[in-house]
Design a binder for this molecule. Structure first.
Ligand code: NAD
Length: 255
């Protein structure tokens, strides 16, 4: 019998109702993983679960705002109840809000950090004890090329993704003894629903889109490009990696 690259590895993926998270959920399930699809969009999240089940995979949908500790705990408990343990946590949920330090509201600064960074702290906090009990695991954080270089139109987003990269390093070192590997991904620009919503906020959208296309040496990426990187980090193929920032950006930051 053919076994997948994540056969029977129980995976939680946050922000999995659409975009990169949804594609990753389909890829992980195809590779044999039971998947908890976590999001605040039940219609889209349940659709992803239905698709996975129709393809012969295992998945549940959990409505959970990952910025709320009590909701995260419930989601983690529901996963353990359904699948028995947790082997992989992909902290993927995120947001991007346009605005310079002058134009961005204080509320949107806080919102960016709460969704992009605090959620990773909360999900990891509730998952680590279960992984430790199970003898180890893998945590993947979704960072960005925006964590490595500056973009003028969203300083809060850039700062939050920089924080994610160093959170990754700190957690990697902190959980070696627990046999939990912690890595992050730095995707380039990927046309997803978030990408389109973000671009629509820009007064000079067409100009920005054209320059991004031009400046990524391999062009813009796909959701599958990032899902495949997450698959590698989730699997034992990356067993010698922890504390890394895996750059998957079509060469953008090589310049
Ligand atoms: N698209 C890109 O170009 C790009 C580039 C680099 C990094 N990223 C990162 O990849 C991740 C996914 O991005 P995407 O483009 O697929 O976005 P997306 O908006 O298409 O999908 C993100 C999902 O996260 C969910 N979400 C948001 N806040 C949540 C919360 N509080 N609780 C639970 N779920 C929540 C949304 O409902 C949505 O379904 C984000 O962390 C983003 O910053 C994206």
């Amino acid at each position: 019998m053919k076994t997948g690259r994540l056969q029977d590895k129980v995976c939680i993926i946050t922000g999995a109702a659409r975009g990169i998270g949804a594609t990753t959920a389909r890829v992980f399930a195809r590779e044999g993983a039971p998947v908890t699809v976590v999001d605040i969009r039940p219609d889209l999240g349940n659709k992803v679960v239905d698709e996975i089940k129709k393809a012969g995979g295992r998945a549940i949908y959990c409505s959970c705002d990952v910025t709320k500790s009590a909701e995260v705990k419930k989601m983690v408990d529901a996963t353990v109840k359904e699948f028995g343990t947790i082997n992989v946590l992909f902290n993927n949920a995120g947001t991007a809000i346009e605005g310079t330090v002058e134009t961005l509201s204080e509320e949107n600064w806080d919102k960016t950090f709460t969704i992009n960074v605090k959620s990773m702290f909360l999900c990891s906090k509730h998952v680590v004890p279960i992984m430790r009990k199970g003898g180890g695991g893998v945590i993947i954080h979704q960072a960005s090329e925006s964590g490595l270089i500056g973009f003028p139109m969203h300083p809060a987003y850039c700062a939050s993704k920089g924080a994610v990269i160093n959170l990754t390093r700190s957690m990697a070192l902190g959980h070696v003894a627990d046999k939990i590997r912690v890595n992050c991904i730095c995707p380039g620009t990927i046309p997803t629903p978030l990408y389109h919503e973000f671009m629509d906020q820009l007064p000079n959208k067409d100009e920005v889109v054209e320059s991004l296309k031009r400046e990524h040496p391999l062009g813009l990426g796909t959701e599958e490009d990032i899902a495949n990187a997450a698959l590698f980090l989730a699997s034992d193929e990356s067993r010698y990696m922890t504390g890394s920032a895996l750059v998957v950006d079509g060469g953008y930051t090589a310049k």
